[in-house]
Design a protein around this ligand. Structure first.
Ligand SMILES: NC(=O)c1ccc[n+]([C@@H]2O[C@H](COP(=O)([O-])OP(=O)(O)OC[C@H]3O[C@@H](n4cnc5c(N)ncnc54)[C@H](OP(=O)(O)O)[C@@H]3O)[C@@H](O)[C@H]2O)c1
Length: 246
């Protein structure tokens, strides 16, 4: 059996791990950072928690006799992707980045493209209103101090101490979300602007359709540069790579 490590933490990664596990002769180990309570999990071997940097991951690859790595982490998870590149390089293990193409604006979209959460906050400082922040709940500090803005933030679990922002309403729900639901949510909260990261893929795209339908501008945070590696943009391409590389 060939042992394949899938670095996960996204819906696409869970789906890919399921598809890879169904291949004959492959044993999949799905790894997640361990930062989400009750994460979605594929039906295969699971490991959870950081490896201890690139060197920790290199040691894990050797100890666990990993034959190939698919880095299916989120496009904004730059640290684990850099660690995977260094560790696989060190152990001479084939590595693929599974990366959905970024979203592109469609007719009717009004996007303001920025390069970081900090730049998104700078834009909001000049254009105050009610912002739906979907940048991830660990990025909220960038928006602190914008006293002229109101925020709506969605959490998977209600935060024990509330959101770390003033003028912030918390919505608790877990995806997948559809366009109808996103439109209703943005309308009922009086959203003036949507702030999001350019994650790409289908799982989080409904909010973009909702913003388009409501003619709400989108502050779109660009991705960090992609890794220097082979990239698969679809699950089928990632599975084809696996067949070729093990
Ligand atoms: N960033 C986002 O917007 C976003 C959105 C949705 C999901 N996620 C998922 O959430 C996780 C954390 O994201 P992040 O932005 O904090 O990542 P990051 O900054 O690239 O990684 C931080 C540290 O978390 C550990 N880690 C991350 N992914 C891991 C994995 N799949 N398996 C084992 N350890 C992992 C590593 O610790 P060690 O150095 O100790 O190995 C890494 O150095 C990722 O798995 C990502 O796919 C991120």
């Amino acid at each position: 059996m060939a042992r394949v490590l899938i670095l996960g933490g996204t819906r696409d990664a869970v789906d890919l791990a399921g598809a890879a596990s169904a291949l004959a002769g492959i044993e999949v180990i799905y790894s997640l950072a361990g930062v989400t309570r009750n994460p979605n999990l594929p039906d295969c071997e699971i490991r959870s928690g950081g490896f201890g940097g690139a060197e920790g991951l290199r040691k894990y690859l050797a100890d666990a006799r990993i034959d190939a790595v698919i880095d299916a982490t989120h496009p904004f998870a730059a640290k684990i992707t850099a660690n995977a590149a260094a560790a696989c390089g060190g152990e001479n293990i084939p590595r693929l980045k599974y990366l959905r193409p970024p979203w592109r604006p469609a007719p009717g979209d009004n996007w303001i493209e920025v390069s970081s959460s900090k730049d998104a906050a700078l834009f909001l400082a000049d254009h105050p209103g009610t912002a739906f922040l979907t940048t991830g709940t660990r990025q909220l500090s960038a928006f602190a101090g914008l006293t002229d803005c109101r925020f709506v933030v969605r959490y998977i679990h209600a935060p024990k101490d509330g959101a770390p922002l003033e003028n912030c309403e918390v919505v608790v729900s877990r995806g997948p979300f559809d366009e109808e639901g996103e439109t209703a949510l943005m309308r009922s909260h009086g959203i003036d602007v949507l702030v999001c990261k350019n994650s790409g893929g289908d799982a989080a795209a409904a909010k973009l359709g909702a913003a388009r339908a409501l003619t709400i501008p989108v502050i779109m945070i660009a991705r960090p540069p992609p890794p220097d590696s082979e990239i698969a943009e679809t699950e089928a391409a990632a599975i084809a790579w696996l067949r070729e590389n093990i």
